[in-house]
Structure formats: structure tokens, C-alpha cells
Design a protein around this ligand. Structure first.
Ligand SMILES: [Mn+2]
Length: 459
């Protein structure tokens, strides 16, 4: 089986259809996948609309069916819901996904069948990009890179495998530049001292959370912070200043006995979108992805899609306001969690936020809490929040880290199998997954998942 050959024949079938509805997932990868697909189909002169949803399940399937499109294209979802799709009554549907597939299906492209890892080698937006590329369109490669970064596929410090092909195309197109540099979040859009103060990955003891200390630290290195309305951002620094700052941070973390692998992650590939304005969120792939997550998780994913397709007017303006609110929600969520703490079982940590944290961001907060060391990295974490669509149900978000994956943890499997036993549903990647379960099943569900993790770890 040849991946590119199969993507090509899939793409040719797709290009012969018309009157499309693209259905995608509301995170940054799903939003970019949707944008890549909508852009492709419009370039082909097709009639296309799109719908971006929180998840594809027995609740949302009805809304999708009601849209009565001629051809459905599912991006960044569908492979894990093939049986649901089969029973949905939808006649013609194409699936472009990178999540663990339930099985084979004729009109599906998924990297798992070719020995690739959908959590690491290619994102949903990357898969959409390969479909576009097979039809001669490479103009959205940089947007697909934003999706891969949004799915944290660069967490090892660089993109590789199929992601590398997408990245190289974007570089050849001159829409993106890649280099090794300090990977702290906010390198484009945040004033220097704030960039360091708000770093949660890694946490820098004595600097994180303390902008005044950061300013003093920077001045001690002879780095000018700028003043008033013209504060310097990281990207304004000279190479010499960047090196000085990076090695000072490195030394500081070493002195504090921070594990080597955490320090090394601090430096790695950064992706600069060359056609975007300097010192704005869109210029950096990670910041761009965060803005898209902000839109999606506040039920406004279409604003993110429009920004990806090219709207730099009202959609970008709205996306910026959504980003502000999102940052505030995350700050408050992290604060809530640090006060409350997590509960511990033999093979997992968990916390139940009830209605204190929105279900759409509780997984993001669980993930950030590893970086901020609110949750120790030695076990996976399960985060519960009320399901906003149905108050007899709980949303579960599970997060792990690469160390745990290497030991055998597979969250997607655990969420899928264990939620089913209670009439719920779930799935996802090894490192990040989710489920919905009846509220009264929580404790037994936890016990079962704890047991399954033990098995996965070989115990
Ligand atoms: Mn994805």
C-alpha cells in the first residue's frame, strides 16, 4: 500500500463531487483542516459550506444529517466514528483523519494504515493538505503547519515524518521560515518580560509569574526592554541578545536542577509565517494555533476558519478579542486547579471541576498543569467537567506526556473502551483523548481506567 498513491486516488474521487459540506473539529488542527479543505474546494470551483463542531457523536450526528448536503467531507474526525457514520443515513461521505480508525472504509484516508503515527507524524490539517497537494494546490501548507503545531506534534523540538513534507513545501512556497530558537510562547506578540513571566512550559522558578523579576533579570543581562508604548518583543532582539538570554535561562534552570529534557525542549524549531505582520500572533505558528483554539473553544470556530482562509479584517478583530477572553479563562482555570489540587489513584491523577471550568477548556488546563508542575508527570491525568449539552453527563478529558506513552499508556483506547461500558462514548490519541459518561458512573469509570492503565503499563 502506498500512502501517496492512495491519497491521490481518494482526491480524484473527491474532486469529481460537488455541493459539499465540510465537517471538522473545533480545535486548532480541526479549524485549519477545515480551512485547507474549504480553500481547496473553492479553488476547484465547487459549492461548499462548512460546519465546525465540538465533537462528532450521537448528539451532533443529527444536526449534521439535517444539513442535507450532497457530499460530506469529515476532516480531523470521522475515522473513530465510522460505525456511527454508517448508521447515520448520510449517503456520501469522505473521511480525512489522523485519529485511530475504527476500521477500513473505502472513502477514507488515514495515516495509521501506512505505519504512521497520527499523534506525531501528521495532523488532521496535514492530511487535508496532502489531499489538496494531490490535486495541485500547495498554497495552504503553512496553515497545515499551524494545525500540526496546534496538535503539539512539534513537542519533541521539531516536526518530522509527513509533517516535515508539509513544512518543506511551506518553506519552498516562502510562506514560512523555520529556525532553531527559544521556544517560549509569545515570542512575537508579547513584551519580553511578559513572555518570560507567563512561561508555563518550562516553568522558570523565581521568574514565572513575576514580571518585575523578569524585567530585572533581563536588564541584568544588558538587554534593553524598550519603554512606554514601545516595549521590545523577543523577535526585536539581535541574535547576540537572543543567545545571551537563552544561555542565561539555560543556566538558571540547570542551577535549579531542572531535568535536562525539560531544558532542552526550551530550544527547538520555531515557525514564522512570513506573510503575516511582525509582532502579531499570526506571525508565529504556536501563537496562531492558540488564537484558533480560542475561537473554537468559545463556540466561534468559523471566525478561526475565516482568518485561516485570509480575512484580516473583522474576523481577525473578533479572533483577537476571543483570544483575550480565552487567556483569562485559562489563567482562572489554572488558578482554580492549583488551589484545589488533584486526587491520586494508583495509576492516575484526576480532578472534577464540575461547572467551575468549562468542558471545552478543561483538557487544555489539564495539559498546561503538567507544564506548570501542578500535576506531577508520573501518571496520566483525567479531568472531569459538566457536559454543557446534557447535565446528566460528564465530559472527561485525559492527558499524558511522552514519557508515559513510551511506557505503554494509550489514552484513546482507555477512553473508548471504558466509556462504552457505561453507555458513553470516547476516543482520541495515545497522549490526549476524551469521553462522555453518565455522571453517576464517574467513580466506577475511574476505577476501571485505573485498572486498564495498570495493564497498559504491563502490571
Ligand atoms: Mn487533530
Amino acid at each position: 500500500m502506498d500512502f501517496f498513491q492512495d491519497v491521490k486516488s481518494f482526491s480524484e474521487k473527491l474532486a469529481a463531487e460537488d455541493n459539499f459540506l465540510v465537517v471538522s473539529h473545533h480545535d486548532a488542527d480541526g479549524v485549519t483542516a477545515c480551512a485547507v479543505m474549504v480553500n481547496l474546494l473553492r479553488s476547484l470551483g465547487k459549492n461548499v459550506s462548512y460546519k465546525v463542531i465540538k465533537q462528532f457523536d450521537s448528539v451532533t450526528v443529527g444536526q449534521i444529517v439535517d444539513e442535507k448536503a450532497e457530499t460530506y467531507v469529515f476532516t480531523d474526525m470521522g475515522s473513530g466514528q465510522l460505525s456511527l457514520l454508517g448508521q447515520s443515513g448520510i449517503e456520501k461521505y469522505y473521511v480525512i483523519d489522523h485519529h485511530q480508525p475504527e476500521g477500513e472504509y473505502e472513502l477514507q484516508v488515514n495515516p495509521h494504515f501506512y505505519g504512521y503515527d497520527g499523534g506525531l507524524d501528521v495532523s488532521g490539517s496535514g492530511m487535508a493538505y496532502f489531499v489538496a497537494k494531490a490535486l495541485g494546490f500547495q498554497d495552504m501548507a503553512h496553515i497545515a503547519v499551524v494545525g500540526a503545531v496546534g496538535d503539539m506534534q512539534d513537542n519533541g523540538g521539531r516536526l518530522h515524518s509527513l509533517n516535515r513534507i508539509v513544512l518543506d513545501d511551506a518553506v519552498v512556497n516562502k510562506t514560512l521560515k523555520v529556525k532553531n530558537d527559544l521556544r517560549l510562547f509569545g515570542r512575537q506578540s508579547r513584551p519580553l518580560a511578559q513572555m518570560i513571566a507567563y512561561s508555563s512550559d518550562p516553568v522558570i522558578p523565581s521568574l514565572t509569574g513575576n514580571p518585575e523579576a523578569c524585567a530585572a533579570f533581563l536588564m541584568g543581562l544588558g538587554i534593553d526592554l524598550g519603554s512606554g508604548g514601545d516595549l521590545k518583543h523577543y523577535v526585536d532582539l539581535t541574535w547576540e541578545e537572543r543567545k545571551r538570554l537563552t544561555s542565561a535561562l539555560y543556566m538558571k534552570l540547570l542551577d535549579l536542577n531542572t531535568p535536562e529534557f525539560i531544558i532542552q525542549r526550551m530550544v527547538g524549531e520555531v515557525y514564522t509565517l512570513l506573510n503575516e505582520e511582525k509582532r502579531t500572533e499570526l506571525r508565529d505558528a504556536k501563537e496562531f494555533a492558540t488564537m484558533l483554539n480560542a475561537c473554537g473553544r468559545q463556540n466561534k470556530p468559523e471566525i478561526g476558519v475565516e482568518v485561516c482562509i485570509g480575512d484580516r479584517g473583522s474576523s481577525l478583530h473578533k479572533a483577537r478579542s476571543l483570544l483575550e477572553v480565552y487567556r483569562k479563562m485559562l489563567r482562572e482555570g489554572i488558578e482554580y486547579l492549583s488551589n484545589k489540587g488533584v486526587e491520586s489513584m494508583e495509576n492516575l491523577y484526576f480532578f472534577d471541576a464540575g461547572d467551575r471550568i468549562q468542558e471545552s477548556i478543561v483538557g487544555v488546563i489539564a495539559g498546561m498543569a503538567y507544564g506548570a508542575r501542578i500535576i506531577p508527570p508520573d501518571k496520566p491525568v483525567l479531568a472531569f467537567a459538566l457536559d454543557s449539552d446534557d447535565n446528566s453527563m460528564l465530559k472527561v478529558s485525559a492527558r499524558a506526556n511522552w514519557g508515559l506513552i513510551r511506557k505503554g499508556i494509550h489514552l484513546g483506547e482507555a477512553m473508548k473502551n471504558e466509556s462504552k461500558k457505561f453507555g458513553g462514548e470516547g476516543g482520541g490519541h495515545d497522549i490526549a483523548a476524551g469521553a462522555r459518561i453518565p455522571m453517576d458512573a464517574r467513580d466506577l469509570f475511574l476505577k476501571n481506567v485505573d485498572g486498564l492503565f495498570k495493564k497498559q503499563l504491563g502490571g
